[in-house]
Write a protein that binds this ligand. Structure first.
Ligand SMILES: NC(=O)c1ccc[n+]([C@@H]2O[C@H](COP(=O)([O-])OP(=O)(O)OC[C@H]3O[C@@H](n4cnc5c(N)ncnc54)[C@H](OP(=O)(O)O)[C@@H]3O)[C@@H](O)[C@H]2O)c1
Length: 254
């Protein structure tokens, strides 16, 4: 992959780098030569990611993305300390189980703050003049939930569908700055979030088994998603923008 995806000295910020898909994406990109800027809330976990990265010149910053108004000062600080960015991967996200009968706007707002508003604000801030290098790539981590229906997932699915829809629009707005923006839509992937999902649906594990039958390549590993993100972040993906790429072991087509 190195010949196609050479990230030597490209500065990539990964939001949600303290675990799961974001952490693995940071590792994969570091192997390809990128300088990583890691962002999340848990410092101990970010330090663990940092120690696993290949190469040097990596850094980390703490930020609670449930408060999108803090993102502007974070991005200003990162750019002044690390220089202009070549890439943003937004892998931060939360899932929540909320049946229609328990709908509360403030609970939906919490999910949207991290999964959607945090993403849009991050994109807005990194796309400002003087903060990015020509050819910057942005990838948001969406979900197959954005195009599927599942009981109790109205907030999560809505937030991811909003991400896909906005990416289609933003892609056109940033094209003349030389920026490409896309999403990946993973299916069930072995991470902390998946463990939490299975624990919540313990009694209903039949439906999880059914889902896994349709996800006929099996449960995804974080590498499966990280490799797809690395491709979209690479110079090789120059002509791809505005899309949501399913990385789903066949789920959405079965
Ligand atoms: N696992 C799956 O089956 C699956 C499937 C489809 C899509 N996805 C999506 O993939 C993305 C990554 O999820 P994952 O499975 O890798 O889950 P994970 O292991 O739980 O990681 C979630 C990441 O989001 C960060 N995060 C959560 N709330 C945050 C906040 N308020 N501020 C800053 N960072 C925050 C966490 O960092 P801190 O806690 O340290 O802040 C962590 O780094 C999510 O957007 C998720 O929706 C996952």
């Amino acid at each position: 992959m190195n010949g196609i995806a050479d990230f030597t000295d490209r500065k990539v910020l990964v939001a949600g780098a303290s675990s799961g898909i974001g952490k693995k994406t940071a590792l994969v990109l570091s192997r390809l030569g990128a300088k990583l800027i890691l962002v999340a809330r848990r410092e101990d976990k970010l330090k663990e990611t940092l120690e696993l990265l290949e190469g040097d010149g990596h850094s980390y910053y703490l930020c609670d993305l449930s408060q999108p108004e803090t993102i502007e000062s974070l991005v200003k600080t990162v750019v002044s300390e690390q220089g202009k960015l070549d890439g943003l991967v937004y892998a931060a996200g939360v899932n929540t189980s909320m049946p229609l009968g328990q709908f509360k706007p403030e609970k939906v707002q919490q999910v949207f703050n991290i999964n959607y508003f945090g993403f849009i604000e991050f994109v807005r801030q990194v796309c400002r003049r003087g903060r990015f290098n020509e050819g910057m790539r942005i990838v948001g981590v969406s979900s197959v939930a954005s195009v599927r229906g599942d009981k109790s997932h109205l907030a999560y699915s809505g937030s991811k569908a909003a991400m896909n829809a906005s990416i289609r629009c933003i892609a056109k707005e940033v094209a003349d700055k030389g920026i490409c923006i896309n999403a990946v839509a993973p299916a069930m992937t072995k991470t902390e979030m998946y463990t939490q999902y299975v624990n919540e649906y313990g009694e209903d594990s039949g439906s999880n088994d059914d889902l896994l039958k349709r996800q006929y390549l099996g449960l995804a590993e974080t590498d499966d998603i990280a490799n797809a993100i690395a491709f979209l972040m690479s110079p090789a993906a120059r002509f791809i923008t505005g899309i949501t790429l399913p990385v789903d072991g066949g789920l959405t087509t079965s």
